[in-house]
Ligand binder design. Sequence first.
Ligand code: MTE
Length: 315
Amino acid sequence: MLTKKRASIKPSEITPESVYRSRRRFMRTSLAAAAGAAVPAFGLPASWLAERGFTAGEEIGEEITPEADATQYNNFYEFGTEKSDPAQYAHAMTIDPWTVKVSGEVAKPGEIGLEDMLAGIDLEERIYRLRCVEAWSMVIPWIGFPVKKLLDKFEPTGNAKFVEFKTLLRPQEMRGQRSLFSSIDWPYVEGLRLDEAHHPLAIFAVGMYGKLLPNQNGAPIRLVVPWKYGFKSIKSIVEIRLTARQPRNTWNVLQPSEYGFYANVNPTVDHPRWSQASEKRFPLSLFKPRIETQMFNGYGEVASLYSGMNLRRNY
Ligand code: MTE
């Protein structure tokens, strides 16, 4: 096979045309986003959250992770695989307007704009531990509301046993989705059993640290399930489907021997390539010892959801 010198290869020769065209479109939108950096989230003024108000969260007696760590060390593969990629590239994602479609086993399927979705719902701050399957953790003050409150608006039928969530699919704004090296089958999908989704600890977050969510943390709306590994807490949700059968979830599809459907934090079940017995807690420092990982990430009140289940097999 003939090889050309690097500099003489045009992007159009190594990239399918639709991809490099969308890349050019992406460059235009990201410039526009940079120029208008103060563009409010989903058409709401930055002061919206403060005006609307939220109940302050209960302290949990653990140091809250600095906002800079929580917003600059992220996993959001739609924008790249490096921890710094989301903070660098997620501003390219347009979040205004934003709608969420709810379908499947519900009496009232429909598509709802974010503002309508939040109408009549009280927002609360929840200070939660976030434990990533990679064995690092943070303590984050989210602002949101119980998942059940939203699902109830659509009236799940008696056949609904699971909930599937989907992230935005928009390769022209998400460099990870158009990367030729990505092995993820986009969009990112996740799922919960309906009774898990109904647990009062499971929330949709729209804010953190007293402000609307930054794009890199899953604006304008994401899931937060604090007793499960972080990959269950899917970001930037555009679709919710109630189903009778267990939905697929991205990391399980990618590597089933390493990532299960349940993904409950469990110090006694190691990842095949590393121990889950301990974790490093942000803010990181050279002399700070690792801390012991707790069953269900310390949220033991969810244990009854899994009574009689083998949690080694259902990892
Ligand atoms: N959601 C989407 N759509 N894409 C992702 O790559 N990463 C997950 C989860 N949600 C991810 C996602 C993982 S692995 C973790 S640990 C958390 O988001 C990280 O959330 P944070 O960046 O707000 O800390």
